[in-house]
Write a protein that binds this ligand. Structure first.
Ligand code: 5GP
Ligand code: ZN
Length: 122
C-alpha cells in the first residue's frame, strides 16, 4: 500500500524498534509512548481498519494472542497475588475509524502497560 507508514515499517523502509516478528505479524515500540510499555502489533498485510479485517479472524486471533506474550516479556502481564487477586496488567486496544480515534489507517493493536497509564488520557 503506497504511502502507508506502517506498510513501510513492515517492509523495513522506515526504521522502528522491532520487538517481535514472524511471517504475518510485526510488533514494535510506539514512537510516542503513552506509558512505560507501549507496543503496536500490526499485520504485515495491509488492512486499513478492524472493519476491513473482519474476514480474517485467524489473523486477528494471532494479533490478540501476541499481546499477553509481549506483556509477559515487557513486565506488565497480569499476575495474581497471594490472595489470588489480579495485579498489574495492560490494555490491548484497536482504535477503529475517526470516531474510534484511529490516526494511522493500517490495522494495529496497541499494548499499553504500566500502572493504569491511560488515566487522564484518552
Ligand atoms: P492510532 O491513533 O491510529 O490508534 O495510533 C497510531 C499510533 O501510531 C500512535 O500511538 C502513534 O504514536 C504511532 N505512530 C505513528 N507513526 C509512527 C511511526 O512512524 N513509528 C512508530 N513506531 N509509531 C508511530
Ligand atoms: Zn499499510
Amino acid at each position: 500500500m503506497e504511502n502507508c507508514i506502517f506498510c513501510k515499517i513492515a517492509e523495513k523502509k522506515i526504521p522502528s524498534t522491532t520487538v517481535y516478528e514472524d511471517d504475518e505479524l510485526l510488533a514494535f515500540k510506539d514512537i510516542n509512548p503513552h506509558a512505560p510499555v507501549h507496543l503496536l502489533v500490526i499485520p504485515k498485510k495491509h488492512y486499513s481498519t478492524l472493519q476491513d479485517a473482519a474476514a480474517a479472524p485467524d489473523l486477528l486471533g494471532k494479533m490478540l494472542a501476541l499481546a499477553p506474550r509481549l506483556a509477559e516479556e515487557f513486565g506488565c502481564s497480569v499476575s495474581y497475588d497471594a490472595d489470588g487477586a489480579p495485579t498489574r496488567g495492560y490494555k490491548a486496544l484497536i482504535n477503529s475509524g475517526p470516531d474510534g480515534g484511529q490516526e494511522v489507517y493500517h490495522l494495529h493493536l496497541h499494548v499499553v502497560g504500566g500502572p493504569q497509564p491511560w488515566r487522564g488520557k484518552r
